[in-house]
Structure formats: C-alpha cells, structure tokens
Design a protein around this ligand. Structure first.
Ligand code: PMP
Ligand code: GLU
Length: 400
C-alpha cells in the first residue's frame, strides 16, 4: 500500500464487527434471490411502540430541529434519572446522565473516558463482539474471563478475584448478556461487588441494554444499585432493544458526575448531542410499558421454541438463556466433519456452511470469545424460527 492510501494503525488492528459482517453477507445472498432467514444481527423484529412514534411526529411538527445540549435535552435526562430510580433503584440526578448515539456509542465513550494506555479491562466472556475492539481503540488491554457452559456461561467471583492485577481499571459485562442470554442474579452481582469494593481504582461498566428482556422470576438487578460501589459503576442502557428502537440511536449512561463530565467533553468534540427528534420521542417511552412487555413475552415463547428445537439436533449443546433474544449452542461436535465438499474446522466454518447450505444466517462464536459456539438471534417470527431450525437440522444431517 502506498504511503498516501494507507490508513491508521488503529484501524488495521481493528476486527470488523462479526455481527454486522454476517448481516451484510446475509443481505447479499438475499439480493441474489435466495430465501435467506437472517438470524445474524440482534435486532427486534417488532416496530417501535406507537406512543413513541407519535411523540417523534409531534417533535418534528413542533419544530424541535435544532442542536441539543451535548449530554441530551433536560427532559430526557430527567426521564432517565426517574427510570434509574424506579426500575434500578439507582439514585442519579440528571447531571449524572449523558445521552449518546446508541449504547454502542455510550460504551465506547465510557472506555475512552476512563482507560489509559496499558490499563487492563476485564471482559466476561462470551462477550458482545464490540467490547474487545472498543478496548483496543481506548489503548487498553483486554483480559478475557471465560464463563463455563455449565455455569450458564457466567464468570464466578473466584475467577474475577484471580484475574485482578494492579493494572485492572474496568470490569465490563452485559446482563442479560449478548450472546448467551445469561442473567447475573442479585446474589452473583453482590458477590462481584464485594470484590470490587476492595479495589478502589476499579470501575464497573455494566451494560444493561437487554434489561426489559428478562425471563427470570427475580427480574433485573443493577450492580449500580449497590451503595458501596455506586460511584464506581457506569450503567449503560439504551432504547434499542426493550423498545424496538435500534435505528433511532439513543443510548445513555448513568454514572458519577466526573465520568459524565469527561464523556461530555469527549462527545462535545466528536458528535455533539444526539438526534433531537429521537430524544424528544424517547422522553415518553416509559409512560406506557405495554408494548415492551408484549415483546418480552413473545421473546420468551421463541426462546422455548428455539431451545427445544435446537436440542433435537444431534451434537448441539444448548443452554437455556434467561434473557435477551439469542440462543448460543455449542456446535463443536461438528468440528472435523464434512458434507463431502466443506470441512468444518471452526465456528466460522460452521456458520458459513449454514449460510451457504441452509440459507440461514447466524454469527460464529469466535468473535464473541467462544470459538465452540454459534449465535442464533431469536428476534424473528415463530414461523421463520421453525423453518430455520428445520433447515439447520437438515444441513447438519449431511455432515459426517
Ligand atoms: N450492548 C449490547 C450487549 C448489544 O447487544 C448491543 C447491540 N445493539 C449494544 C450494546 C448496542 O446497542 P445500540 O443499538 O443502542 O448501539
Ligand atoms: N447488538 C446487535 C448484535 O449483536 C446489533 C449489531 C451490532 O451493533 O453489533 O447483533
């Protein structure tokens, strides 16, 4: 490559997002006329609730077309502060809230604002694909802690304790988790908090974007509500999943004021306040939770359908996700097998084989730090999911 057309080292070092890459491959195959079932990208197949859409239309008509304050409009920061109190038992004032362009942006901002070169960021694996890459961009070092299949892919407090060094700066994870659907219980989070308490320099980056898609009886618990470490927990959330608002691009953070101020400074130089119409619309989201609850119930039915369907496929080891909308089967039994043309040696091979042979798009576990698994989004109609399982079953039966 010539000196003129080169790109920066930080881009060369970055992996492409595995979720977005697979979604693109799926689109390309569909554009060629194939009937592809796209279970790659994690995106609700529902429309945004009506009251939110109406508020957006009203915002346009009322002329809310201008820039907003960098951390978000006061009404939305107030509504989020109330939401943190009501749903999460976290007492944040509006000054502790900053709104950004999706939870992805919130996470990247939080890391950029708190991690110095060489700081270690402990990531619970399997993890969402972008975590390790965001850490790279922040010049941190990822320390991956693997949750065992038999512990529903959750990391234990003992594992965490053993991984902490004097370079540890952040511990990050999602609960309910992408890609496993695992949910950390209150007791598990309290045990983690006990360890964090002992290390004053450590922050927790808690990604709670799947909060409203939780199937546990005990419901959602936020580690940020534990008073002893409250000031060191950055809680990330957003409108995308619970309210089916992926394209609206609203994410937010609740954190200690010095962290919010740091992100404000960064955001002020990079993106400014996010979309004004989407912010106005989000203010009313929590006024009516009926649609969010209807979607949660639908995801639960699909979870059961997919788990039982996948368990019928020989060689699939399938955990029961307690939240989110993914199944994450271990398919390593197929490694070394072939249909006569393609040999499966990795989760990437397996995922590509399913796309080519069954026209079902999934995502390889390798990008999630789980090379024995594939991720299947259950955010699709029951019919599409049933059809996909049949297709996967048939494709697998040809691997000997
Ligand atoms: N965190 C997790 C765990 C996710 O799965 C996603 C996927 N969208 C995000 C954050 C980012 O969400 P957003 O669309 O709000 O950027
Ligand atoms: N979070 C979703 C997923 O994991 C959306 C895609 C993305 O932003 O990576 O598929």
């Amino acid at each position: 490559m010539s000196a003129v057309v080169r790109v920066a080292d930080r881009i060369n070092a970055l992996e492409e997002s595995a979720t977005l890459a697979m979604a693109q491959k799926s689109r390309e195959l569909a554009a060629k006329g194939h009937k592809v079932i796209n279970l790659s990208i994690g995106e609700p197949d529902f429309k945004t609730p009506k009251h939110i859409c109406e508020a957006a239309k009203d915002a346009i008509d009322a002329g809310f077309h201008s820039y907003t304050p960098v951390p978000g409009i006061p009404e939305l920061r107030q509504a989020i502060a109330e939401k943190f109190k009501r749903d999460n038992n976290i007492d944040w004032k509006p000054e502790n809230i900053i709104v950004s362009t999706g939870a992805k942006h919130s996470l990247a901002n939080a890391l950029a604002a708190t991690v110095n070169k060489g700081d270690e960021v402990i990531i619970f694996a399997p993890y969402w694909v972008s975590y390790s890459e965001m850490v790279k961009l922040a010049e941190g070092t990822s320390v991956i802690l693997e949750g065992a299949f038999d512990n529903n892919f959750k990391v234990t407090p003992e594992q965490l304790e053993a991984a902490i060094t004097d370079k540890t700066r952040v511990i990050m994870f999602s609960s309910p988790a992408n890609p496993t659907g695992s949910v950390y219980s209150r007791a598990e989070l309290e045990a983690i908090a006990k360890i964090v308490e002992k290390h004053e320099n450590i922050l927790v980056l808690a990604d709670e974007i799947y909060e409203y898609i939780n199937f546990m009886d005990e419901g959602h618990f936020s580690i940020g509500s534990i008073e002893s470490i409250k000031d060191r927990v950055i809680t990330v959330n957003g409108m995308a999943k619970g309210f089916a608002m992926t394209g609206w691009r609203i994410g937010y953070i609740g954190a200690a004021k010095y962290i919010v101020d740091a992100i404000n400074k960064l955001q002020g130089q990079v993106t400014s306040g996010t979309n004004h119409i989407a912010q106005r619309a989000s203010v009313v989201a929590w006024d009516d939770m009926t649609a969010a609850e209807t979607m949660r119930r639908a995801y639960l039915i699909r979870r059961d359908l997919v788990v039982s369907g996948l368990r019928e496929i020989p060689g699939f080891k399938v955990n029961v996700p307690d939240g989110a909308f993914y199944a994450f089967p271990d398919i390593s039994d197929y490694f070394g097998k072939s249909d006569g043309e393609t040999t499966i040696n990795s989760s990437d091979d397996f995922s590509l084989y399913l796309l080519a042979k069954a026209h079902v798009a999934t995502v390889a576990g390798s990008g999630f730090g789980a090379p024995n698994c594939i991720r299947i989004s259950t955010a699709a109609s029951d019919e599409a999911l049933e059809e996909a399982i049949e297709r996967i079953k048939k494709a697998c039966s040809e691997l000997k």
